[in-house]
Design a protein around this ligand. Sequence first.
Ligand SMILES: [Zn+2]
Length: 220
Amino acid sequence: MTRKIFLLSFDDGTIWDRPFVELLNKYHIPCTFNLNSGLEDFVWEFEGKPVIRQRLADTVEQYRGHEVASHTLTHPWLNSLTPPALRREVEKDCAVIKEIFGLKEIGFGVPFTACGEREIHLIRKYVRYIRLSEYADSFALPADPYHIPIHGLYNDPDIREKIARFGENDLPASLFVMAGHSYELEMLNHWEYMEELLGYIQGLGFETRTTMDFVREFYP
Ligand SMILES: [Zn+2]
């Protein structure tokens, strides 16, 4: 029997995570939400509309059944930081999120891109795993939990074809990580599209997991 593990990893923790969680729950698909605890009041614009974040202390119930992970305190470009600044961004965010959500260990989703070996080396002592922003070149499991790639963004034009190819791969164990941001669902009017995509994914019978559940099983 082959194992096909399918993960969702969504970043930034905006107010549209709430309706997205409701949609995910309808399809019984878990997701990992990567959150910035230092940006609760920060509003930016996407497609000319304000993107609004949530107060994390108000979201504990909302994310139940899913995973929350660190995405740094303030979403910097990691390769622009000195080691002490990078440590602070990760250590503080992890501590705050663990405290709010009552977690013993925590994962990490890289903000933007540009997370090289220097950054991985500094981050890994605070976290159980690191999800990078680079695309994988295969569905093979990563060599260790600090190099988890992504395989597609939910709105990549060829996402269905990629997922179909994943479904046909014959590795003994394989991984597909689909990433995105819930504010895109709202701003780009993708709610119906996403619902169809979730139904498609569910219909293929993959093992849908949180990233932490995947890591605990395959990298004990
Ligand atoms: Zn982000």
